[in-house]
Design a protein around this ligand. Structure first.
Ligand code: BGP
Length: 488
């Protein structure tokens, strides 16, 4: 459908950006915080880089919030560090951790910025791992519930939008990459047991939020990568559907319908998988009625029928040189491939703004729940230019087209209440440290050289500010005048 007018964004639309504690805060051993597994990875294993400094948001948060205010932000999505709030297995709450987040939340509220808070974003405390084996042990359910309750109790008076676990689906699908499969000798089966435990943690947090936070709303954060069929060949359609099921739909169905789908139950049966569901578990999950879905959507993928060979589940591009990505071919399940109709970033992520509209329509049609975008973004190699600036027109193109497609989805009838892209300041990439930057504010440091960490507004900062301040009407120039994104 071709729309004749620019989309209208609803009054109060939450324009903002997004981050995660371990990627932005630094100060990993300050203020009473203890280590998280991801810190250790970051110190030893390229492509992770040392997150003990990251963007040093811990020491710059007031300056960062002031910049958000200057930009016109209506919301900011960030995560809490579990080991900053509860540093050890004695469950003692760390007053310095609470004070840090109180400071941040208060600064946001004062600036008129709505906090949207993630409980867990990849940073498993070492003590949970050492004591229980992280997500592998059901003992974590009580620990996670306790931690969630501490967060609701301390911040629930000011934080009304809560997110449970970031990209649970991606943590399971790419278990090796994100460290969740650590200590598992049969991940093919154990991932479903770990996933079930995560579902229970999510459920406990949802239930507690509703009990404890007056007016509180909570949702999950699926990493959503829509899968287009590679062709109209019927087998490719099934391949794409399988990919969609096995990478995201299984999770979304569970969150919304609060029971496992027949697809996944049959999959377990066929593959002799026991997810170890205990008596009473499904009753807990059934009570966890979510209020909205937080959508992370950077890109799309292209799915087809697999052949009989087996390629690794994912061969992510770690070099930042185009063409370094290995697409999976999972015999009996699905294959993914390079979509020739869209461009890619230097890390081979498909740049596909239309996928945003597609995803929102798809999720709305399936689940009929309000949605907020909690991630989308353009990762790039960047450094200060000779003029001391960053002219990131590629990011403006990306954000403009993604935001515009959100507007089109709203015009199509989808209920979307915010756009919080990744990220405000530069921060550590999950896979590529500071080498892959996402911010609209440059942070002056690199993986190789610790610099002064000064903040510089990129061109995209000014562009986004105009868009926010006009509630999605000022696109820089008329949208019809912009050249078609994919043809540039
Ligand atoms: C999402 C994660 C973020 C962030 C982003 C970009 O999946 O939730 O934490 O890192 O991906 O990915 P990357 O940093 O690997 O480019």
């Amino acid at each position: 459908m071709k729309h004749k007018t620019h989309p209208i964004f609803p009054e109060g639309f939450l324009w903002g950006a997004s981050s995660a504690a371990w990627q932005v805060e630094g100060a990993t051993l300050e203020g009473g915080r203890t280590q998280a597994i991801i810190d250790l990875n970051s110190q030893t294993k390229k492509p992770y880089t040392d997150n003990s400094i990251a963007s040093d948001h811990y020491h710059h948060y007031l300056e960062d919030v002031a910049l958000m205010k200057e930009c016109g932000f209506k919301s900011y999505r960030f995560s809490l560090s579990w080991s900053r709030i509860i540093p050890a297995s004695d469950r003692k709450v760390n007053p310095e951790g609470i004070a840090f987040y109180n400071g941040l939340i208060n600064a946001l509220v004062e600036a008129g910025i709505e906090p949207i808070v993630t409980l867990y974003h990849y940073d498993m405390p070492c003590w949970v791992d050492e004591q229980y084996g992280g997500w592998r042990n059901r003992a974590i359910i009580e620990e996670f519930e306790y931690y969630s309750k501490v967060c609701f109790e301390n911040f629930g008076d000011r934080v009304k939008y809560w997110l449970s676990i970031n990209e649970q689906n991606m943590q399971i699908v790419y278990g090796d990459w994100l460290g969740v499969s650590k200590g598992c000798d049969n991940w093919f089966e154990q991932k479903w047991q770990v996933n079930h435990i995560m579902n229970l943690c999510h459920a406990k947090a949802v239930i507690a939020c509703h009990e404890m936070v007056e007016g509180g709303k909570i949702g999950p954060v699926p990493g959503y990568v829509p899968i287009y069929p590679a062709s109209a060949r019927p087998e490719d359609q099934i391949g794409a559907m399988n990919a969609e099921e096995l990478t995201q739909k299984i999770w979304d169905d569970l969150y919304v319908y609060r029971e496992y789908s027949t697809f996944v139950k049959n999959y377990w049966k066929e593959n002799n998988i026991d997810p170890q569901i205990q008596e009473g578990d499904m009753e807990i999950i059934a009570q966890a009625k979510i209020d909205f879905i937080a959508v992370n959507c950077y890109r799309s993928d292209m799915g087809s029928a697999p052949d009989d060979t087996y390629t690794q589940a994912i061969g992510l591009n770690k070099s930042g040189i185009k063409g370094d990505f290995t697409y999976p071919n999972l015999a009996g399940e699905y294959a993914l491939g390079r979509n020739p109709f869209v461009e890619v970033t230097d890390w081979d992520w498909h740049i596909d703004p239309v996928s945003m509209r597609y995803s929102l329509r798809y999720l709305w049609d399936h689940y009929h729940l309000p949605m907020v975008i909690t991630e989308a973004g353009y990762g790039a190699h960047e450094d200060l230019g000779e003029d001391g600036k960053i002219h990131d027109n590629y990011r403006i193109d990306y954000l403009r087209e993604y935001a515009y497609n959100i507007g089109l989805a709203i015009q199509d009838g989808v209920d979307v209440f915010g756009f919080n892209f990744w990220s405000f300041t530069d921060l550590l990439s999950t896979g590529n440290g500071m080498a892959k930057r996402y911010g609209i504010v440059f942070v002056n440091t690199t993986d190789e050289e610790l610099r002064d960490l000064k903040r510089y507004k990129k061109d995209s900062f000014y562009w986004y500010s105009n868009l926010i301040k006009s509630n999605g009407q000022n696109w820089g120039k008329d949208m019809e005048e912009w050249r078609l994104f994919a043809k540039k």
